[in-house]
Design a protein around this ligand. Structure first.
Ligand code: ATR
Length: 567
């Protein structure tokens, strides 16, 4: 079953929250009104001034009125809503010293909406086993509010049943948020069970923990899977499993949000952009989830692909590969996976039956340990950027190399100058050295260039010669008199940001092709100088697209095969 998409309305004002609801209606199944963030600004509760010294008005009267106006306006859009007033200790904005007012507001809202089946309350709960210090939350009041809600719902259920035209949502959410990295992950199953015990029938248990690494994400998916199996075993008794939402917060947790259906979560949370504060790491917008990840069509059967690396947040690959899957109408999704090690990514792949990964820095070498077979490029480069499952195990292909060669003329001759000796230079050498070209490898750290040249000399049985030199203006000034340099490939991280030119000292003759494979946002100083000298210039974007296109062909084939297998 697909999971629902809950759009969080977080302010900064009630007007802005309503606007966000309207503009995200098409992407949403539920709205969460984060009243703590909508009603609190810079630590102060809105409208406080109105109630000060006014004996008739309790401090919450005006807050209740504001909350109701907003809740009614959002309800009129036709979707169910969750009302949440979260305490600071749970990651909310409600000030610690105003706990009594928080519950006054919650109870007022229960009096108004308690019997309305379109309205769900999220009331925090004490974490059972891993709760750290006293966090200043009045959990007894939370329990009382939950009981009050249950009574209101019992009384109103019959009267309101016909009114409910929306998809069935739980009565009550009880939630635990743990922000200390790694805490509560090992105990996640017990935590969820403990929360579930404090729920009325039809309630939902929510646990949000902070993974310390991808290993914790593996654990969370194991927990989700075991609850699903438990539920399947129980079908027939009461037919229903306790509903839950299990989230890994932060960037490691992105998979738990996109793959909510796979996790078994009832819904995922997403926050519209520009809501007064920068989006937290790992948070996705409703639009990205729906358009890029096709969230609404994802199910536990969807074939999963992804990109592993550290960092991965800014990768363009998810956009690219998901668009291809959509175009081909394949039930497949491609997700970013922040991974501290290749091993952890393999553990996730085994658990979720992930069928392929793009691999980026720093895992391109380590993934070779998984491989049952690899292509020649991977062997020569000693690095792999594409892995996928076959019947015989994982296979590795290096599409960086043909991607890098793609924009170049087929008949390069003479000498090639490669600037830099990192991972990108490795792909350049692997692509060019087997062609028998002479290569000058210039790097700031000469030893690194020497090491790379020696490594390639061992692997290559061609006449290629790689001459390592130090990357410095005096050395570069010597080049070009005794050899004809037709191609210069820039692979260092020097360029746009710092406006530096790694080729300083080199005199362009005008017949060189200058290729910057690192940057793709306008002309770097290196490309500008080459262009001014009459050289042909190539920017890095072509390489990304060419390697991504080759990867796509592989992933599409793998996804299509899996679909055939399962029909
Ligand atoms: P990638 O995998 O993207 O190639 P990398 O392995 O970190 O990234 O390599 C970065 C390259 O940029 C290296 O060749 C590095 O030179 P060193 O081996 O001497 O570190 C080069 N580089 C980074 N900063 C540089 C700078 N300020 N001047 C010259 N070269 C620089």
């Amino acid at each position: 079953m697909p999971a629902l998409l809950c759009t969080c309305l977080v302010g900064p004002t009630p007007e802005y929250a309503l606007l966000a609801a309207q503009t995200n209606l098409q992407f949403s199944d539920i709205f969460e009104l984060r009243l703590d963030r909508i009603l609190v600004r810079d630590g102060s509760i809105l409208d406080d001034s109105l109630s000060v010294g006014s004996p008739q008005a309790s401090p919450t009267n005006s807050l209740t009125a504001t909350s109701r106006t907003l809740a009614d306006a959002v309800l009129s859009l036709g979707l169910p809503i969750i009302l949440t007033v979260r305490h600071q200790a749970d990651g909310g904005a409600w000030p610690r010293h105003r706990e009594a007012d928080r519950f006054a507001l919650i109870e007022d809202l229960i009096d108004f909406y308690g019997a309305d089946p379109r309205v769900v309350f999220d009331i925090d709960i004490e974490a059972s086993t891993v709760r750290l210090a006293d966090r200043g939350i009045d959990y007894a009041a939370a329990d009382r509010a939950a009981t009050r809600l249950a009574l209101a719902r019992q009384g109103g259920a019959g009267a309101n049943r016909e009114k409910s035209s929306t998809r069935k949502v739980p009565t009550l959410i009880r939630s635990v948020h743990i922000f200390e990295p790694g805490i509560g992950v090992a105990e996640a199953a017990d935590e969820l069970a403990a929360i579930t015990r404090r729920l009325p029938v039809g309630g939902l248990a929510k646990l949000a923990v902070t993974p310390a690494g991808l290993g914790d994400i593996v654990r969370l998916f194991e927990v989700g899977g075991s609850i699903a199996r438990l539920a399947a075993g129980r079908a027939g008794e009461d037919g229903s499993a306790p509903a839950f939402v299990l989230i890994g917060m932060g960037e490691f947790g992105v998979a738990t949000r996109i793959l909510a259906a796979r996790m078994g979560s009832a819904w995922t949370y997403a926050t519209p952009p520009g809501a007064g504060q920068p989006a937290a790491a790992g948070q996705l917008t409703p639009e990205d989830l729906c358009k890029m990840y096709r969230f609404r069509s994802l199910s536990p059967q969807t074939t999963i692909f992804g990109i592993i690396g550290n960092p991965v947040a800014h990768s363009r690959s998810p956009q690219w590969h998901n668009a291809v899957f959509a175009e081909r109408s394949l039930d497949a999704v491609y997700i970013p996976v922040l991974a501290e090690s290749a091993d952890k990514a393999l553990a996730l792949a085994n658990l979720l039956d992930i069928r392929g990964f793009s691999v980026t820095v720093p895992h391109k070498e380590a993934v070779r340990d998984w491989l049952a077979a690899e292509d020649e490029g991977t062997r020569i480069a000693g690095a792999c950027n594409t892995v996928f499952r076959t019947e015989r195990g994982w296979q590795g292909v290096n599409t960086d190399i043909p991607g890098l060669l793609d924009p170049l003329p087929a008949d390069i001759r003479g000498t090639v100058l490669v600037l830099g000796a990192g991972g990108a230079a490795r792909a350049a050498l692997a692509g060019l050295a087997p062609k028998g070209l002479q290569i000058i490898l210039a790097n700031r750290t000469l030893e690194r260039a020497q090491q790379l040249a020696a490594e390639f000399a061992d692997r290559l049985d061609s006449t290629a010669r790689i001459r390592p030199i130090r990357l410095e203006p005096e050395e570069l000034a010597q080049l070009g008199d005794n050899e004809r340099i037709e191609l210069i490939i820039q692979t260092t991280s020097l360029g746009m940001k710092d406006e530096l030119d790694p080729s300083e000292g080199y005199r362009f003759r005008g017949f060189e092709t200058a290729y910057d494979i690192v940057y793709n946002r306008g002309l770097t100083p290196f490309l500008k100088r080459a262009q001014a000298a009459g050289c042909r210039i190539l920017e890095g974007g072509g390489m990304f697209e060419a390697q991504a296109r080759l990867q796509s062909e592989i992933f599409v084939r793998v996804a299509a095969r899996r679909e055939q297998e399962s029909t």
